[in-house]
Design a protein around this ligand. Structure first.
Ligand code: AHM
Ligand code: MG
Length: 285
């Protein structure tokens, strides 16, 4: 039998076509807000319910946590704790732009530090559905397809590595809300790189991994910790980018070194080529 971590990864990939198929007709907002005070779409809740059901059914999964629910759901057995952003960038659904599902598998109860990650990955609902997985220091990219025999995952890149020469950048938050030191760094970067920003972290990070560059959702004057959440977004993305040869930072240190204190805590996120993240840290020091 496949090990528990592989079964978790399989379950996320196998659920992806269903999440994708469920997007049509789920573009309206729900009346409730998520624990971060943001409006949820019916599609967010649908993806969250599917993932909770599939992941908690796996022998070895002790708990499931998501951006869309207040508390961790426990199964009473198992060694692995799974945190998901069921639909990252869901505000892109109305305009029919890219979105993704992010998964983080920890071997410690959530909230856990990034050092407790045993695997992390994301599904990208782009023109094709792809699955990027970081495990044991290596990143692979697969294409997810529905066949007569079920959902198939075909590896298309066995060793995803960020190219040495960076090309793109994308930074979130309103420019008037950026801190001065961050803005000064951006003014340097925009002379060297090309702006690519789509409003879904997962799509923007995917471009950075493919072409080289830097993505950030920084600390803002209106929100010191930015927007993105450590357990569901910051940690797994940092893990993937670092396994692909890049670096992550909260402005001072790797995101994987940030000590968590709260399930839905936010953190400034900066990921990309090592050289660019080092320059960013120097600019913010
Ligand atoms: P979500 O997980 O609820 O979709 O929120 C996170 C998203 C990120 O994907 C993206 O980087 C950011 O929000 C964009 O925010 P904004 O629309 O404020 O620029
Ligand atoms: Mg998100």
């Amino acid at each position: 039998m496949r090990d528990a971590v592989s079964r978790i990864v399989d379950a996320v990939a196998e659920t992806a076509p269903e999440v994708r198929a469920g997007l049509t007709g789920r573009r309206e907002y729900e009346t409730d807000e998520n624990p971060s005070g943001e409006q949820m779409l019916a599609a967010d809740l649908h993806a969250d319910q599917l993932l909770e059901e599939r992941l908690l059914a796996i022998d070895g999964v002790a708990s499931y946590a998501s951006e869309e629910r207040e508390d961790v759901v426990e199964s009473g057995q198992g060694d692995f704790h799974v945190a998901c952003d069921p639909l990252d960038g869901s505000s892109n659904l109305k305009s029919n732009n890219v979105m993704g599902t992010i998964v983080a598998v920890y071997d410690e109860p959530i909230p856990a530090p990034g050092s407790a990650l045993v695997a992390s990955g994301y599904v990208l609902y782009g023109p094709i559905t792809t699955f990027v997985l970081a495990r044991e220091g290596t990143v692979t990219e697969s294409v997810v397809e529905e066949t007569d025999d079920g959902v198939e995952r075909r590896v298309v890149d066995e060793d995803v590595t960020i190219p040495d020469d960076p090309v793109v950048y994308g930074f979130g938050g309103r420019v008037p809300d950026w801190h001065e030191d961050f803005e000064a760094f951006v003014r340097e970067i925009e002379d060297e790189l090309k702006l690519r920003y789509g409003g879904a972290m997962i799509g923007d990070v995917s471009q950075v991994i493919e072409y080289g560059g830097i993505f950030a959702y920084p600390s803002l004057t209106s929100a010191e910790n930015g927007k993105l959440r450590l357990q569901f977004e910051g940690n797994p993305i940092a893990h993937i980018v670092e396994c692909a040869g890049g670096r992550s930072s909260d402005g001072e240190q790797s995101l994987l070194e940030v000590e968590p204190d709260e399930l839905h805590q936010r953190v400034p996120v900066h990921v990309g080529n090592t050289e660019l993240i080092e320059r960013l840290e120097a600019a913010l020091a």
